[in-house]
Write a protein that binds this ligand. Structure first.
Ligand SMILES: Cc1cc2nc3c(=O)[nH]c(=O)nc-3n(C[C@H](O)[C@H](O)[C@H](O)COP(=O)(O)OP(=O)(O)OC[C@H]3O[C@@H](n4cnc5c(N)ncnc54)[C@H](O)[C@@H]3O)c2cc1C
Length: 625
């Protein structure tokens, strides 16, 4: 690795943080220290399997934290470009810029790179994709252009990918039904026919309909939105140039053709209205509707949820449209691969370097950043993968931004319904609807997104309504994933890591309550009770858990309001209105400052598109400087 270049990897790939600290110690001392670290965790758990309740809600063990903060590198006083935040988008932007010959440095405030695409060993021996956990949306060209496989990326495709067990049917002692969906259409139709033959017939047509929409949206994702500002206020040359930004829109229109009005309806209608046009059975509709509300403080009964539905079917893996998979080593391994691609070409990535301020010259041009430790780093341009609110309200001197722009940024909708719970278990959940194999090895449904409390769209709506009253849902929507069912590197033998993506939990609780330890545990207990009803014995298998409510997501990952997409993926905050109208081209009113994260087009998810698009815009601007 070149001098002045520091790359801090997460707990994924080859780094074993706590243990690497112990390696220099002699045998006995190492054993003792190891025991101390693992103490109440692995050793005790393996012995009695009773659990590590002490770890409930715990933050990383100090030893783990230290392991990430040791490295330091020589910081140069000047780069061509500085990127704020080593979220995956910041890393993608750095990788592209560096390949284009722009000398780039990335500064990350945390001890680990990846932002919300990160692996952390919260509970010793258990590696969690602590925030995002499933890969699908990453733009296909990023894999190839950044040579991510060469840089260590390994994927586990999931087939089947979706499992929805029924709860109520299990109460009379018989095996309840479940809905298992994957890539085999004939098998999917058999599964759906358990609930409705008519729906089984309609399903392939629905898939083809949605795939066409996803195909049409594709070109829009890989380019900056139509440049309305250049159209309105630019020189003649700028106006002519901006005509090219219309091309992806025209391409999309051509693909949709005469069906454009139907597709317009999908984007604007409540998801339930769209699904009702195709299907009659609630388990299928509710399973599909979960994708329409993921990460959004909305119900499938509310207009606009159809767009979120699309946002979650427009990805793919290994050439398979709509496929979602696990990254070997957790999501941090993806960030590591992108970082490796960037540093291999000469980019520098620094962790535990918080940017305190964007520096602006007296002439109103960005000229670098000031770090929290007081160091000044000069650069021609600054890109930020931090959220729009952090970038423009906290890091940019306000006198350089128009008042109206600041006001609009401060009014962004950043509501979030999500509480992420990462759970370590000492055995696989045993679902009433699909009992475990005799030796407890993973079965096909264990690799799926397991949808709980998702057998009826009204259940989802009721869960949403609780949050509207300021309460965590009584019966929350739960997406349960067990990445270790396909990737044994994540947990000790026989044990598993479980990701629980739960909603709805409002950021602000009613009746003056706060998200203190009691409330956090109460929500996690409610979620565990729900899982227990579907899979008796689950609660007894839990050996530790990490609870991230919206305020925790804000604190740990820098997500305002806990919003997993930096700001809501609502129709009024998309495309040429993302983050705000007239500033959707990654540029902002301050020359030389750019957004390159999820707060910019095309928004949230581990997509890399914002980073890639922003890098191209910045490169063009640098050439004309
Ligand atoms: C709980 C959860 C589950 C999710 N699940 C999925 C999923 O399964 N699949 C999927 O595709 N998407 C998922 N998402 C969404 C996805 O993870 C995010 O949209 C995406 O990772 C955001 O990437 P980013 O690079 O734009 O920003 P971020 O990942 O937010 O990165 C921004 C970075 O900037 C850093 N930063 C902020 N301020 C400063 C500063 N002053 N100085 C230096 N650094 C700073 C932050 O620490 C952070 O590392 C999930 C998100 C969450 C939170």
């Amino acid at each position: 690795m070149a001098q002045g270049q520091v790359r801090q990897l997460g707990c994924s790939s080859s780094s074993l943080p706590a243990f690497s600290l112990l390696l220099p110690l002699p045998g006995e001392a190492r054993k003792a220290a190891c025991k101390q670290i693992l103490g109440l965790a692995w050793a005790e758990m393996a012995a009695c399997g009773r659990g590590l309740r002490r770890a409930v809600g715990a933050s990383p063990h100090p030893a783990l934290r230290r392991a990430h903060s040791d490295a330091r590198g020589r910081l140069k006083p000047e780069y061509d470009a500085v990127v704020i935040g080593a979220g995956h988008n910041g890393l993608v932007a750095a990788a592209y810029l560096q390949r284009l010959g722009v000398n780039t440095a990335v500064f990350e405030r945390r001890h680990v790179i990846g932002g919300a695409a990160v692996t952390e060993e919260i509970i010793p021996g258990f590696k969690f994709s602590r925030a995002s956990y499933l890969l699908s949306l990453l733009r296909p060209q990023i894999y190839t252009e950044l040579e991510l496989k060469k840089h260590g990326l390994r994927l586990h495709l999931r087939n089947p990918h979706s499992f929805t067990p029924m709860l109520e049917e299990g109460t009379a002692g018989k095996v309840p039904r479940s809905l298992l969906l994957g890539t085999d259409m004939a098998e999917n139709q058999k599964q759906i026919a358990q609930f409705s033959r008519k729906d089984a017939q309609a399903f392939p047509k629905y898939e083809a309909f949605m795939n066409r929409l996803a195909l049409a949206i594709d070109p829009l994702l890989d380019a900056a939105p139509v440049d309305m500002e250049a159209f309105q206020r630019g020189s003649l040359l700028q106006r002519l140039k901006s005509l090219s930004t219309l091309k992806p829109l025209l391409q999309a229109g051509r693909i949709l053709g005469a069906q454009l009005p139907q597709y317009y309806q999908v984007l604007t209608a409540p998801a339930v209205k769209v699904l009702n046009q195709w299907f009659e059975s609630e388990p299928l509709k509710a399973t599909l509707a979960t994708d329409s509300v993921i990460g959004a403080m909305t119900s499938p009964y509310i207009p606009g949820s159809g767009y979120v539905l699309l946002h979650h079917v427009m990805g793919g893996l290994e050439g398979m449209r709509g496929a979602w998979g696990y990254v070997q080593g957790g999501m941090g391994a993806l960030s590591d691969a992108i970082a490796s691609s960037a540093t291999a070409h000469g980019a520098s990535i620094f962790t535990e370097k918080t940017v305190a301020k964007v520096q602006v010259s007296s002439g109103g041009r960005v000229q670098g950043v000031v770090l929290q430790d007081g160091s000044e780093v000069r650069s021609k341009v600054v890109l930020s993968s931090a959220s729009p609110q952090i970038t423009f309200l906290k890091l940019t001197p306000q006198e350089w931004l128009p008042e109206e722009f600041v006001e609009r940024i401060s009014q962004l909708d950043t509501q979030s319904p999500v509480t992420k719970i990462n759970v370590a278990v000492n055995r696989l959940p045993d679902f009433l609807a699909a009992p475990n194999a005799p030796r407890g090895q993973p079965l096909p449904h264990h690799q799926c997104s397991i949808h709980l409390n998702c057998e009826d769209t009204l259940l989802l709506h009721q869960a949403f309504e609780d949050a509207m009253d300021g309460l965590p849902s009584h019966r929350p929507m739960i997406e349960l994933c067990i990445p270790s069912s396909l990737d044994p590197t994540l947990a000790p033998p026989g044990c598993h890591v479980i990701s629980l993506f739960t909603q709805y939990t409002p950021y602000t609780l009613a009746a003056g309550k706060a998200w203190d330890e009691q409330e956090r545990n109460a929500h996690a207990d409610r979620v565990c009770d729900c899982i227990e009803a579907y899979a008796p014995g689950f609660k007894g298998s839990v050996v530790g858990r990490d609870i991230l409510t919206p305020p925790d997501l804000e604190r740990v990952f820098g997500l305002p309001g806990g919003n997993i997409f930096h700001c809501a993926m609502a129709l009024d905050q998309l495309y040429f209105a993302r983050p705000v109208p007239l500033h959707s081209s990654y540029r902002c009113p301050l020359r030389g400052l750019y957004l390159c994260g999820s707060g910019a087009h095309p928004g949230g998810g581990v997509m890399g598109a914002a980073g890639r698009n922003a890098a191209h815009v910045v490169f063009r601007d640098l050439r004309s400087m």
